[in-house]
Design a protein around this ligand. Structure first.
Ligand code: MN
Ligand code: MN
Length: 307
């Protein structure tokens, strides 16, 4: 298959699973059931998992996935960001949606809060639409950021200024080019045939995210020597199975046991053999929405692979 065919194929798989999994987002669903459903469906489709399924709630913008045995439960009215990635022949589809969890919402939130939360979700959707309408070969990435910022500002809300979309390359989720969510004066010009993931985030807060406690998602960085045999084994396993795209701590503790897996991940991150991503939380603890699609840039516009 050609590169383009693989991008289209991974896009179809990711969007179908995103839409199916969205139906699970309601009161009482365990986050781990949602992420394991998504990950197993990606594998069943014959694609590979491009990164652990992220399910980030409320004021957490991104980079949460369940650890083994996670008891985190979705409550009615939670702002649930579902972010998933499928890979065909190394060509990645990265897509995210935000859903306000169904259930007895008015038991948890006032009508004013419910209205605000719906606007926050709409704003990131409008931001993504504006970005897609702007994306084409020859345009500066800061122009896309400007369009996103303008669309979100119409709701009197902020984008997350320190989160960006990114270019995609074969087996490479963050391939070096960033697509900002405001005009950051980055004059990089998009070219025909480039694949990019665009992901506006919206919030009623300041629009800055900071690291929150815990590490659930990791990426391989480089080989390092370790004295402890079990840490060497975990590193070998990561090199064999997760050398190119991010992996879940849960996959490691499921394979090596809770204790050995956790100790190894801690040692590997301290030695910078792996990078540990922190969950990202809005600075003022305000709710955050996200919407993301993967696009192929064309002369006169773009093809959205994850529609
Ligand atoms: Mn994503
Ligand atoms: Mn992305």
């Amino acid at each position: 298959a050609s590169m383009m065919e693989s991008y289209i194929q991974s896009g179809k798989i990711a969007s179908k699973i995103r839409d199916e999994a969205s139906k699970m987002i309601k009161e009482g669903t365990l986050v781990i059931d949602l992420v394991e459903y998504v990950e197993s469906e990606i594998l069943k489709s014959g694609a590979e998992i491009a990164f652990p399924c992220n399910v980030s709630l409320n004021e957490v913008a991104a980079h949460y996935t369940s650890p083994a045995g996670d008891k985190t439960t979705i409550h009615a009215g939670d702002m649930v960001k579902l972010d998933l990635g499928a890979m065909v022949d190394g060509y990645i589809a990265d897509t995210a949606i935000t859903i306000i969890a169904d259930g007895n919402i008015d038991e948890n939130y006032t009508q004013d809060e419910i209205n605000l939360h719906e606007e926050i979700v709409e704003a990131s959707e409008a931001g993504l639409e504006a970005a897609i309408a702007t994306a084409r070969a020859g345009i500066e990435v800061s122009k896309i950021g400007e369009a996103v910022h303008e669309a979100i500002s119409e709701y009197k809300l902020n984008p997350i200024f320190n989160l960006t979309g990114h270019s995609l390359e074969q087996n490479n989720l963050h391939a070096g080019i960033s697509i900002p969510n405001y005009d950051n004066h980055d004059h990089y010009i998009l070219e025909e045939g480039q694949a990019v993931a665009i992901e506006p985030f919206a919030t009623n807060g300041e629009g800055i995210v900071n690291d929150a406690p815990g590490h659930y998602i990791f990426s391989y960085l480089k080989n390092r020597p370790f004295r402890m045999k079990s840490t060497q084994r975990v590193l070998k396993y990561i090199q064999n199975n997760h050398k190119f795209v991010p992996f879940s701590g849960r996959w490691i503790t499921n394979e090596f046991g809770e204790r050995k897996g956790s100790i190894a991940l801690k040692q590997l991150s301290e030695a910078m053999a792996v990078y540990a991503y922190a969950p990202l939380r809005e600075k003022q603890d305000c709710f955050v929405s996200q919407k993301e699609h993967t696009l192929i840039i064309e002369k006169e516009g773009c093809t959205v692979t994850t529609i």
